[in-house]
Write a protein that binds this ligand. Structure first.
Ligand code: CU
Length: 497
């Protein structure tokens, strides 16, 4: 129905236009051609002049109206160092194109009015003018050179990579349909190697876990943090289709291309709260964030820097939004301390862990620290029960009393503890589960406890400070009903006497 009405309207308008044309022709015949021409030219010139005035007023009013939407101005000042230079470039280009825009439009409509048709005037025909040609070639050439040289300069500064010894954080962003996987280096400051062939459901970015640099790497959650004033290099990759790493407030924008790593280096210069305080000065940011809740928080209070994907990468594209918090170095350090290694929390000890049989340096350090803390609190404790500690990382060859090679780390921690508290004496106790003959269980547990004691004396601990006992299956921690519980009951303990 609507379509029919629209069609009818078009037909009617066409008929009206044709009729107007006919009427004009008829009046021309009656009044004489020249008179009509003079009338038309006069009106044409006058309307051009009126249009010029309205148009120019419109240009200036809308520029004023929307000034707070412009990059590099008011609430949209850049939050990064290089962003200021980029905004300046836009501004200078705007000044030049603005001048040209104003001059050409004024000339166009003013001339249409001033040189409207008149019987007493004849056009002057200029076939060629060298001076004019030189002027209008030279001016754009000089302006273009200025803009291009400046732009090239800015490009080289913005795209400069970090130097080998420069103090910077390198993080990694991998785009996939539909989220960003953001990886931070661990305390070693280095990101571990990747190999796409190693990609699995748990190892989404194909980290090569035989590379020790990967062991402490962190994969962060929905919010990412960066310290203010510190240079950041983002390694940008994609797993499936084109994505784009876009931090609008920082003027950071770089394609994430499958198979072709790109990067962007930038320095945030404003924290999230700095930026909020700047927005606070503008009326439009003092409106409620949620229009349905007029007394709720204001827009500036809820402002967050965002990481977006600026490539239409599929139907879930919008869900690639992430929050970036720029904070002080202290706040950053505090957040960073809370992050956990992806490898140690998600992969370590599982089937796909290539280092299952090895004890890692990070673990040795962690265990040494934990051990020294627990032996200290056991020594200081008044509670009898707290004086018994289980040696969780001591293992023996199956059915024998020989210590496995990896057991030495915990035993060395025990040696360090015995040296730190020279006054203590300990009882080393071997325990088994209830499988097999009780007498041989007791015998085996005795031999194992003795093996531990032997190791300690070999490391210089006085034998008088040690007592080794085999309890066999007589002191289980719990019922021997499942494999798991039996494993808990097979243990080596020591008690501070
Ligand atoms: Cu995307």
């Amino acid at each position: 129905m609507t379509a029919l009405i629209i069609l009818l309207c078009i037909i009617l308008i066409t008929i009206v236009l044709v009729q107007i044309g006919k009427v004009t022709e008829l009046t021309a015949q009656i009044k004489g051609e020249r008179e009509v021409l003079r009338d038309n030219s006069k009106w044409n010139g006058l309307l051009s002049l009126i249009f010029l005035v309205i148009f120019m007023v419109g240009v200036f009013v809308s520029t004023w109206q929307y000034k707070n939407q412009m990059l590099g101005y008011g609430p949209h000042e850049s939050a990064s160092e290089h962003g200021i230079a980029l905004d300046d470039m836009f501004f200078i280009t705007l000044v030049f194109t603005g001048i040209v825009f104003l001059l050409t439009h004024i000339a166009l409509f003013w001339f249409a009015y001033k040189y409207r048709w008149s019987e007493n005037r004849k056009a002057e025909f200029i076939s060629h003018d060298n001076r004019l040609e030189i002027i209008w070639t030279a001016i754009p050439a000089i302006v273009m050179t200025f803009l291009v040289v400046r732009g090239l300069n800015a490009w080289n500064t913005v795209m400069a990579d970090i130097g080998p010894d420069e103090d910077a954080i390198e993080i990694e962003a991998t785009g996939q349909q539909f989220n960003w996987i953001i990886r931070y280096p661990g305390p070693d400051g280095k990101l571990g190697a990747r190999n796409y062939k190693l990609t699995t459901a748990t190892n989404q970015i194909g980290q090569d876990f035989t590379d020790p640099k990967n062991w402490d790497d962190v994969v962060v959650g929905q919010e990412l943090y960066l310290p203010v004033g510190k240079k950041v290099r983002v390694r940008i990759l994609a797993k499936d289709v084109l994505h784009n790493f876009f931090l609008p407030q920082f003027r950071v924008k770089m394609d994430a291309v499958p198979g072709l790593p790109t990067y962007f280096v930038f320095t945030p210069i404003k924290t999230t709260s700095d930026y909020r305080n700047e927005l606070r000065k503008y009326e439009e940011y003092n409106e409620p964030f949620d229009p349905a809740d007029p007394t709720g928080p204001k827009r500036w209070e809820k402002f967050e820097y965002e990481l977006a994907c600026a490539e239409l990468c599929g139907k879930g594209h919008y869900s690639m939004r992430r929050i970036l918090k720029v904070v002080s170095q202290e706040e950053y350090d505090e957040w960073y301390r809370k992050q956990e290694s992806y490898y140690l929390t998600q992969v370590r000890g599982k089937d796909e862990d290539p280092n299952k049989d090895k004890v890692l340096d990070v673990e040795i350090l962690q265990r040494a620290k934990a051990f020294s803390e627990s032996i200290k609190s056991a020594v200081e404790s008044e509670d009898e029960e707290a004086k018994t500690l289980t040696l969780n990382h001591i293992n023996f060859e199956t059915g024998a009393a020989a210590l496995t090679a990896n057991s030495k780390y915990e035993l060395d921690n025990l040696v360090t503890g015995m040296n730190a508290f020279p006054q203590i004496r300990i009882e080393i106790a071997g325990h088994t589960d209830n499988t097999g003959d009780p007498a041989s269980n007791r015998e085996l547990s005795q031999q194992r406890a003795a093996a531990v004691a032997r190791y300690l004396t070999e490391r210089g601990i006085d034998a008088g400070r040690l007592r080794s006992v085999g309890y066999g299956d007589t002191k289980p921690l719990g019922p021997n009903d499942t494999d798991e519980n039996r494993a808990k009951n097979r243990r080596t303990e020591f008690t501070i006497l």
